[in-house]
Unconditional design. Structure first.
Lengths: 430, 430
C-alpha cells in the first residue's frame, strides 16, 4: 500500500543537527520511503544565515522566513531543531494551527511549556514527538511511554548530560580538579564556551522534568526540579568516594514517593557505588537507569549528544509521525492523568556523605553525634582523622529526609568545635 | 475521548507469565484504562488444567477450549503466552481470522514462522506484537523498529539468554567448571531440568533470527542462524580469556556485511574485552549492544526472563495494540523490504583465540605459523608455554573469515607436531 505523493517536511534550523537530518533524509531516502510507506520530501529549510553553503541542500529550499514556511499549509511535518524558547514555541504552535505535526529536539522548551504544546497538538489532532530532547540518540522516551505503558515506573536515575559526565570521568580517572577537567572538555569541544547550562545542571534539570512527567504520567514543570550543579565537586570528594567504593556522577533522579501519592525530581552530584551500572558510564556517554514494578531494573545507554546521534532520534520520530499521518491517527499524546503533586526537595529521602573540619580534642565526636541524633538522622559510619591539632570527621548517614539533613548541617555549623563543613554529598544507587 | 465499552482480551496460557499478566490487568486496571483511552477486560483465559486455583481470576472466565475462545468474534486482543509451535500457531492465525489482534511472547514460533504470521496479520489488517519474545522486559524490539527507524543498524550483539549468562558469570567469578555452575543454576531455578534449549544456544538462536530480521528489515529464518552452545567452555578458557583482559559470554550477533549486500546471524561463546559494556552484565541479566550509522553505540539492559518482567513487556504491547485498535489503525508490520541474503558462517569475519597442544621441540612455531599464512590468516600474537616435553601454543589472529580459520584448523590437526586443538574461541567487541 505504497503512496506515491510524498509527505512534506519543513526543517527549522540547519546547524549541527539539522544539516545531519537533511543529509540522512537524502542519502537514506529509499529506506525511509519503505519504512514509512510513502516518500518524504524536504519542502523547506528555515535558517538565519541563508548565504552559508549547505552541502546537499537545494538552495531554492532555503528561506529565512520560518513563519511563512510553517504557515504554507502543505507541510505534513515540521522538524524543529532551532532550540531555545522563542521563536521555536510560536513556530510550533503555528505549525499545529496550519495542519502540521511536529518533531522537536528542544528540551528547554518542552520542559518549560510541554503542557501548553501538548494541548495545542491535541486541539489540532496532531503529533508532538521529541525523543531527541532527552539523552540524544538513546531510545528512551518511546520505551518509557510505550514499552512500559503497562508497568508502573517508580524511579528514573540517569546521567543525561554528556559534558558534565566527561568532566567528572576525567576528574575520577586522572585526579584532575574541576577547572582543569573543564578546560580539557572545552578544548575537545565537549563543553561550550559558556558551560553554565551544563555544569550548573540546567540542561539536566530540563531533561529531568520531561522524564518525570512521562514516567509518572503527571505534569512536572522545570521549576519543580531541584537543581545543584557540579562546579564544587573537588578532587578530595573523589578521594572520599573511592574510600567508600564509589564514584561521583551528576544525576537526574525522578522518584515516586513510597506511598505513591507524590513525586520528586532533582539534579545534583552524587556518590554511587562502583558496582552500579551507571558508575561505568564513561566520557560523554549518557545512560538512564529505570526501576519499575514488573520489569525490575532496566538501563538505556548511548551517546547523549552530537549531530548524528540526535539526528537518529529526530528521524525515528519523523518516521513514526509520518506513519501516523498515513494512518490518519496520532500517537500517544501527553499523559498527565495521574496529576500527582511534586514534593519539595526537603521530602526527598536518601543517604549523605558529610566531611567536617573539627577541632582535634576529646568530646567532638560525641557533640557531633548528638546533633545528628537530635535531628533524627541516623549515622551509618563515622571516620576520624587528626593532624596538627586539626581533625576531620567523615560521617555517612542512613536514609534521612533532605530537610532533616539540612537542619543537622545548620546545627553542626553552630558548634564551636566544628570549624567548617567541607562537603556534603548524597549517596545514591545502593 | 474516553470510550466506556471495554476492549476484550483473551489470555491463552496462565502459567508464570500469564498469571502475572492477569494480575496486573486487575491491579493496574485504572492506569491501563487511562493510558489506553478505554477499559480493558479479561474476557477469557484458556488453560490446560482448569481445576488449578488461580488467585484473582474469575473461575467463569477459565476454559480449556482455546480455539472456541479465539473464535468468539468479540475478542479485541489475544495474548498468547503458551509458547511452543502448536497449538500456538493455529490459535494465532485463527485469532486474526476472527478479528482479533495478537500479542505474543513466543520466540520459537516467531523465529520459525514469523513471515507467515505477519502475512496473516497483514491480510486481516491486525497487529502482531511480540516485545516479550526477545530479552524479556527490556524494551528492545520497539526501539529497534521504531526509534531507530530513521537510522541504519549495522550490528546487534547481545546476551539474550539469562541461564547461560548466569552459568558463565559463575564460572568467571568462582573458577567453577561448566557442570558445577550448571548444577547451581538448576538448584536456584535459573536453569530448567532439561537445559538443552538454553545451553546449546537454541533459545538465543531464535532471538537472533528475530533481532536480525527487525534490525536489517529483511527475513532471517531460524535455519539461517549459525549456532554453537556453551557446554564446552572450560575453566581453562576463562583463564585464557583473563590473560587477554577478556571474559567469555554466549553472544547472539547479527551483522550487516561491510558491503551492505548481505547479513549474518550467529550464536556462540566468545571472548569480549572487560572494558566492553556487555562484559559487566552479571547473573541472569540480558543486554543488547547496537551499532548504527547515526546513533552510534547503544545498549539496552535488564532482566531477560521471569514472570513479572515478561508480563511488563506483554502489557506494553497490549496497551499499544489497544490504542491502535481505538485509532482504527495498526502499528508497523513486518518490514522485510530490504530482502538481503543471509550469508553462511564461513563468510563471517572476526578474530580467533586458538589453544594448541604441541610437541615441545624446535621448529613447531614455524610450522604452525606457516599453516596460518598459507590460509591467509594473519597472526596478531602467539604465546608458547612448555612443560615436560609437552607445550602449548596460544595464537590470537587478526580478523579473518570463518572459512579461512576452519581451513587453518583442519590443516593444523594434520601436523605431526600438533597433538590437539584444545580450544577455538572467537574474540568479539574490539
Amino acid at each position: 500500500m505504497m503512496r506515491t505523493r510524498p509527505l512534506k517536511v519543513a526543517l527549522l534550523g540547519c546547524g549541527v543537527v539539522g544539516s545531519e537530518v537533511a543529509r540522512i533524509m537524502t542519502t537514506h531516502a529509499d529506506d525511509l520511503t519503505a519504512r514509512i510507506g510513502a516518500p518524504v520530501e524536504l519542502a523547506g529549510v528555515a535558517v538565519r544565515r541563508p548565504d552559508r553553503v549547505r552541502e546537499g541542500i537545494d538552495q531554492d529550499l532555503v528561506t529565512t522566513d520560518a513563519t511563512a514556511l510553517v504557515k504554507r499549509g502543505d507541510i505534513d511535518v515540521v522538524v524543529e531543531v532551532i532550540g531555545g524558547i522563542e521563536p521555536a514555541r510560536t513556530l510550533i504552535t503555528t505549525a499545529f494551527e496550519h495542519g502540521a505535526s511536529v518533531v522537536s529536539a528542544n528540551k528547554a522548551l518542552l520542559a518549560q511549556d510541554g503542557a501548553a504544546l501538548h494541548a495545542a497538538a491535541g486541539q489540532h489532532d496532531k503529533d508532538l514527538y521529541y525523543e531527541a530532547a532527552v539523552a540524544g540518540a538513546i531510545p528512551l522516551l518511546r520505551p518509557l511511554r510505550e514499552s512500559l505503558a503497562g508497568d508502573k515506573i517508580n524511579r528514573v536515575m540517569g546521567i543525561v548530560n554528556g559534558t558534565t559526565n566527561f568532566i567528572l570521568d576525567k576528574m575520577d580517572s586522572t585526579g584532575a580538579g574541576y577547572q582543569e577537567a573543564l578546560d580539557e572538555a572545552t578544548a575537545l569541544g565537549y563543553a561550550e564556551a559558556d558551560p553554565t547550562a551544563d555544569v550548573e545542571g540546567f540542561d539536566a534539570a530540563a531533561k529531568a522534568a520531561i522524564l518525570a512527567g512521562i514516567s509518572f504520567h503527571t505534569r512536572v514543570r522545570l521549576d519543580d526540579v531541584y537543581r545543584e550543579g557540579m562546579t564544587e565537586v573537588t578532587a578530595a570528594d573523589f578521594a572520599s568516594a573511592r574510600e567508600m567504593g564509589c564514584t561521583i556522577k551528576l544525576l537526574a533522579i525522578c522518584e515516586r514517593a513510597a506511598d505513591g501519592a507524590s513525586v520528586t525530581a532533582r539534579v545534583h552530584p552524587a556518590m554511587i557505588p562502583l558496582s552500579h551500572p551507571l558508575a561505568s558510564v564513561r566520557g560523554a556517554y549518557n545512560a538512564v537507569f529505570v526501576e519499575s514494578d514488573a520489569a525490575g531494573q532496566l538501563m538505556f545507554y548511548g551517546p547523549g549528544a552530537g549531530g548524528s546521534p540526535t539526528a537518529s532520534a529526530v528521524l525515528g520520530d519523523l518516521v513514526a509521525v509520518c506513519r501516523n499521518r498515513l494512518n490518519g491517527a496520532t500517537g500517544p499524546g501527553e499523559s498527565a492523568y495521574a496529576a500527582l503533586p511534586v514534593s519539595p526537595m526537603g521530602d526527598v529521602v536518601t543517604r549523605y556523605h558529610i566531611s567536617l573540619d573539627v577541632a582535634d580534642k576529646p568530646g567532638v565526636l560525641a557533640q557531633v553525634a548528638t546533633v545528628f541524633a537530635e535531628h533524627g538522622v541516623s549515622i551509618d559510619t563515622v571516620r576520624q582523622q587528626g593532624k596538627d591539632g586539626e581533625a576531620s570527621l567523615v560521617v555517612v548517614t542512613h536514609r534521612a529526609s533532605d530537610a532533616a539533613l539540612t537542619g543537622t548541617v545548620e546545627a553542626l555549623r553552630k558548634l564551636d568545635t566544628v570549624r567548617g563543613v567541607a562537603s556534603i554529598m548524597r549517596v545514591e544507587g545502593e
